[in-house]
Ligand binder design. Structure first.
Ligand code: SAM
Length: 275
């Protein structure tokens, strides 16, 4: 079942959140990779990227990361610790695409663990729905077409909220953080897995060379679309550093914010609680 995005009733303003962190107030431009673009154009450009790569997205993830994305997602889910008991537990995976994190949460938890995948791109969700059916997860995982900046869910709906490799694509990150905070239950935890800054001398140069030379070329060979992978690589470099992102999370309301770098800082797992 697909619910459409933009349910006005549940937008950030509907529940009285008036505090939008200063960083993006009145902003009219942003970046799309290394290019400055009007804020209103970014989402369309991002959507074109994921429309173009959806069919080969999972294969490309394995190729680009040499399978490491699996270990990073496993680390997220082991920190999330979905209950193994019969307790009902409902997680939201924002920008969940083809369902990778959602399937892991369901696999790791008990029989009453369910996940809603929310993503703005119907093509990515279509791949996810097919995967859910073939993995036998169609009942536990539902797919909803929705914008992270205006989640069509009531306040305090979910026991946990996750986002993996999604937030850097969202035009107004502080707005999405407020939304993810809004739909999280009091006592619930938020996790954000995202590319970060390499902090191991030597690895940074190798990583740069691999990212800028190899990844767009692998993208061209596998998907026929070099530009989309050039964007993905550039967008990683434009994402806020760990401390800055932790501050954005605190501004959105999260408490006990932590950032855990993994694989020499190639990625980081941020977490925070709604208390
Ligand atoms: N989370 C998945 C994973 O780790 O494999 C997919 C990550 S993929 C790199 C980024 C996803 O973010 C895409 O599926 C894209 O459609 C989604 N996305 C981009 N902007 C979004 C927005 N404003 N709201 C919801 N999803 C968005």
């Amino acid at each position: 079942m697909i619910a459409k995005a933009g349910c006005a009733r549940y937008g950030p303003r509907a529940k009285g959140h008036t505090h939008i962190p200063a960083m993006n107030q009145n902003e009219t431009s942003t970046h799309f990779g290394f290019r400055d673009v009007p804020l209103r154009d970014k989402q369309r450009m991002v959507d074109e990227v994921f429309h173009s790569v959806a069919g080969r997205y999972d294969l490309m993830n394995d190729l680009m990361s040499a399978g490491l994305h699996r270990a990073w997602k496993d680390a997220l889910v082991s920190k999330l610790r979905p209950p193994l008991s019969e307790r009902a537990f409902h997680a939201l995976d924002v920008a969940g695409g083809t369902g990778d994190v959602a399937f892991r949460i369901v696999d790791a938890g008990g029989e009453n663990v369910a996940v809603t995948v929310a993503d703005i791109n119907g093509d990515m969700l279509g791949v996810g729905r097919d995967r859910a059916a073939s993995l036998g997860h169609a009942n536990a995982v539902r797919f909803v077409e929705a914008n992270a900046e205006a989640l069509p869910f009531p306040d305090r709906r979910f026991d946990a909220v996750t986002i993996a490799f999604g937030i850097r694509n969202v035009p107004r990150i502080p707005v999405a953080l407020l939304e993810m905070f809004r739909v999280l239950k009091t006592g619930g935890r938020f996790f954000c897995l995202e590319f970060s800054q390499v902090d191991v001398p030597g690895l940074d140069a190798v990583y740069d060379a691999y990212s800028f030379r190899a990844i767009p070329e692998i993208g061209r060979l596998v998907t026929g679309d070099r530009d989309s992978y050039q964007y993905l690589v550039e967008s990683i470099r434009k994402f806020p550093e760990r401390d800055a992102f932790s501050r954005l999370m605190r501004d959105a309301g999260f408490s006990r914010v932590e950032a855990t770098p993994m694989t020499g800082g190639i990625v980081a797992l941020h977490s925070g609680w709604r208390l």
